[in-house]
Design a protein around this ligand. Structure first.
Ligand SMILES: Nc1ncnc2c1ncn2[C@@H]1O[C@H](COP(=O)(O)OP(=O)(O)OP(=O)(O)O)[C@@H](O)[C@H]1O
Length: 799
């Protein structure tokens, strides 16, 4: 209800700077800013636009002198050059909150009304209006009568606000917080939709009781008008029946969209397609209802709305998920066997187990088959076995990686309220497979973490539980999805870290790794062919000799599986491919002697011989999640006083076994031919290099003992011998785990002899024949036997 100040016509040329020399204002005088069609009330803050030069000068002077101003309404709004006589006699003293110039150059004064004032007389001598005034603060006592008026007026004010189509909440709150009737009357009058003259009348009603009554009367009239208007609105609305209303709204929406330049034809066509897709998707009834509900929301939304894209993506997910079940063909067992043999060399026991599993599924397709879990080092064929199972069952195959999954939402999805939410990786896997009865491989189930964001293991349990997984609920989808026909297969590198409850659900099938000749077979039959195809080499163009393959297996790779082997073969073949492309006359043969040029120097050649050529180094055998490995224990002595120094990030148990080994050596010093005084003059340092191998557990005991014995007797250990075994303080050799993997690793490293605890003889049958044939086995009861067998006879003379 405030009108803008109009720019004045011919204002006398008085610039604000010239006001610096103005006479000082008398004590009861005040700078006056005349305004039009606007009443500032005490207790309210309002901006006033300044147009006339005189008003700008007044405002600038007030700001300069940090003075209050008097806001006074003109009697005639149209008067550009008001004289004192043209102004009301009563106005409001105000503090200047801000004085600002808008980007378009207009000036504004933000004022906070403080109290009423009455003009006593206008004074001359300033380029703006100045008047002597009488301030009129509100006189408000406390009486039940006043209190009653306050309550009544407050009730009315709130009622009036609530009758407005959109009741401003903060206004209601402000009204509730005003404590005195006079202030409430001012506040209400200020915001009420009444004429400026009526507002001026309220301002001029200094008596609080009279003022409250006046505002109350005005409000009562207002409420009556508002009520009537609401009533009319309601009646008109009721007159339109629901259908008409919808048509009307749709038309309005279309009109608005047109206004916004959003052509609705493209959108309509798009949504018609979505509707058809929903009808065709084969969704269960409740899912279809949900999809249609979302579609209706889309229809009502402009396609520029941020939410439009989100709902559209959600619908795409619902549409693209394979809800219906494809026909399941019975498993052909003979064919299944053929496929397994076709894809994999060896692995007879495992293939047999898989055939059994398939037979059970064939006989009881709806039954609860166990979940297979392949455990073994990388590259031994876990994933490719999973693919073969899918092929044998005539189903789609999909992989879901669980490595490093810490958050339940990665399995089960984020709620749609999150920005960028998506379904969890189970549902993503299903969509990728495009089939509800796919074979889903849950990779690296042993690397599942448990973080603060819920336990992904628990979510996975639900996925795998046949009692629950027919109504698996992904947070993003918000509707159940039936996973009961999915064939789950898990893979892991190690058993220990698979959460217990998950392990209980699964049938573990271990794949230990391949011997050198198995690798050779796999390479000859599968890997070379596959890499030739991958590198565009035709049959007969390149040949890799057996000797070359053996060399790669022996000296270029050291792994339980065949992944690196395949990579090295690929590298060798690519080299040949380049030569063919450059026009070399075929066929090209890659022999052992060519490898150094193609693949570089052998990586593992003679490592053992080199390392063990000095006293104090023993070759141990370690078990790791990626298969067995050899490991060197190095001991050296430095001048000191008998301390044992251990380095190489050893675990607690391994540190203890080093101490035990030292005690045993000290105990037997004389019989071993060691000068006991050596121990007093030296510190002994034991180091176990090889960063990647986990170094804990007691099984390096024998190797520690031998390294120390070798050091103190100054005799080297045979370079063809590796050892494993725990030791007791009394010199007994105790059994250890992982014998099969360790022995295979020893064979792969080209060693000839292994020293094992006698009580591990029971594991001998598990050791692959090839390794058995390659190695000499020395079974140890006591550490003395190790000394006997391991110290190099050639180094005897030196002692
Ligand atoms: N017995 C085998 N016969 C033929 N090929 C094999 C055999 N074992 C492994 N392979 C081949 O070796 C490669 C690596 O195997 P795969 O990817 O299945 O290993 P993985 O055990 O799943 O490893 P990771 O745990 O790292 O996933 C594949 O190309 C696979 O076909």
């Amino acid at each position: 209800m405030r009108s803008l100040e109009q720019p004045a016509g011919n204002e006398p040329e008085k610039t604000p700077s010239s006001t610096a020399t103005l006479p000082p204002l008398p004590a009861d005088a005040m700078i006056i800013v005349p305004v039009r069609n606007f009443v500032l009330f005490p207790g309210t803050v309002m901006p006033i636009s300044l147009g006339r030069q005189r008003s700008i000068a007044a405002a600038q002077q007030a700001v300069r002198e940090q003075r209050q101003v008097g806001i006074l309404m003109q009697r005639e709004a149209g008067e550009n050059e008001p004289l004192p006589i043209d102004m009301h006699r009563m106005g409001t003293v105000a503090n200047v909150v801000r004085y600002l110039t808008a980007p378009d150059g207009t000036q504004h004064l933000v004022c906070q009304g403080e109290q009423r004032f009455q003009v006593l007389e206008f004074l001359d001598g300033w380029p703006f209006f100045v008047a002597r005034v009488l301030r009129l603060p509100d006189v408000e006592g406390q009486s039940p009568d006043l209190e009653a008026r306050l309550v009544h007026l407050r009730g009315q004010a709130i009622e009036a606000l609530e009758l407005l189509p959109q009741a401003p909440r903060e206004m209601i709150a402000a009204i509730g917080s005003i404590e005195t009737p006079g202030a409430l009357a001012d506040f209400t009058a200020s915001y009420m939709d009444i004429k400026p003259e009526e507002k001026q009348e309220v301002l001029e009603t200094v008596d609080v009781v009279a003022r409250t009554d006046k505002v109350s009367r005005l409000l009562a009239q207002r409420i009556e008008v508002l009520r009537l208007s609401a009533e009319i609105g309601k009646q008109t609305k009721a007159a339109l029946d629901e259908r008409q209303r919808e048509v009307l709204l749709r038309e309005q929406m279309a009109a608005i969209q047109k206004q916004l330049g959003e052509g609705d034809e493209g959108k309509a066509a798009e949504l018609a397609e979505v509707e058809q897709a929903i009808a065709k998707a084969g969704m269960p009834k409740d899912v279809e209802d949900q999809a249609r509900k979302e579609l209706r929301r889309l229809q009502r939304m402009p396609d520029s709305a941020a939410e439009y894209g989100m709902v559209r993506t959600y619908l795409d997910w619902l549409i693209e998920l394979p809800w219906s079940l494809p026909e399941e063909t019975p498993i052909d067992m003979a064919e299944a066997r053929k496929i397994l043999d076709e894809d994999h060399y060896g692995l007879d026991k495992i293939k047999r187990r898989i055939v059994e599993y398939l037979a059970v599924r064939k006989l009881a397709p709806q039954g609860k088959a166990p979940i297979l879990c392949f455990v073994g080092p990388p590259g031994v064929g876990k994933t490719s076995l999973g693919r073969s199972i899918a092929r044998a069952m005539n189903r789609k195959f999909t992989r879901v990686s669980l490595g490093g999954v810490h958050d339940e939402a990665e399995i089960r999805g984020h709620r749609r309220t999150y920005i960028g939410a998506l379904p969890g990786n189970i549902i993503q896997g299903i969509r990728k497979a495009g089939s509800r009865n796919c074979v889903m491989m849950l990779d690296e189930i042993d690397k599942l973490g448990a973080g603060i964001q819920g336990d992904p293991g628990a979510a996975l349990l639900e996925v795998l539980d046949p009692e629950q997984n027919n109504t698996f609920r992904d947070n993003y989808l918000g509707v159940p999805f039936d996973l009961s026909r999915v064939v789950f297969i898990a893979t892991a590198n190690m058993l220990d870290t698979i959460p217990g409850p998950l392990r209980d659900r699964m049938e573990i099938i271990s794949l230990a790794g391949y011997t050198a000749s198995e690798k050779l077979q796999i390479a000859e039959r599968y890997l070379v062919r596959r890499q030739m195809e991958a590198n565009g080499i035709k049959d007969g163009q390149v040949e890799i000799t057996e000797a070359a393959l053996r060399e790669i297996i022996q000296n270029y790779t050291r792994e339980a599986g065949v992944r690196n082997l395949e990579r090295e073969i690929g590298k060798a073949l690519r080299n040949a491919a380049v030569r063919i492309a450059e026009g070399a006359e075929g066929p090209i043969t890659i022999d052992k002697s060519d490898l150094a040029d193609i693949l570089g120097a052998p990586r593992f050649e003679n490592e053992v011989a080199m390392r063990t050529s000095i006293p104090g180094v023993a070759t141990g055998l370690a078990w790791t999640p990626v298969g067995g490995d050899i490991l060197f224990i190095e001991a050296t002595r430095v001048p000191g006083n008998g301390k044992l120094i251990l380095t190489g990030q050893l675990g607690e148990v391994m540190r203890e076994s080093a101490q035990a080994a030292l005690s045993i050596v000290k105990n037997r010093a004389v019989s071993l031919g060691i000068d006991p005084s050596l121990f007093d003059k030296h510190d002994i340092h034991v180091h176990v290099p090889a960063g990647a191998t986990p170094k804990d557990g007691p099984s390096a005991g024998v190797a520690m003992f031998m390294a120390l014995t070798s050091l103190m007797t100054d005799r080297t250990i045979r370079s063809d011998t590796a050892m494993t075994g725990e030791i007791s303080l009394r010199g007994l050799v105790l059994p250890v785990g992982g014998i099969k993997e360790k022995v295979v690793a020893a064979a792969l490293s080209g060693l000839k002899r292994v020293m094992l605890p006698a009580r591990n003889k029971r594991d001998y049958d598990d050791i692959p024949e090839e390794a058995r044939n390659q190695l000499e086995f020395i079974w140890l009861e006591r550490v003395e036997e190790a000394v006997e067998a391991a110290l190099d006879p050639a180094s005897q003379a030196a002692s």
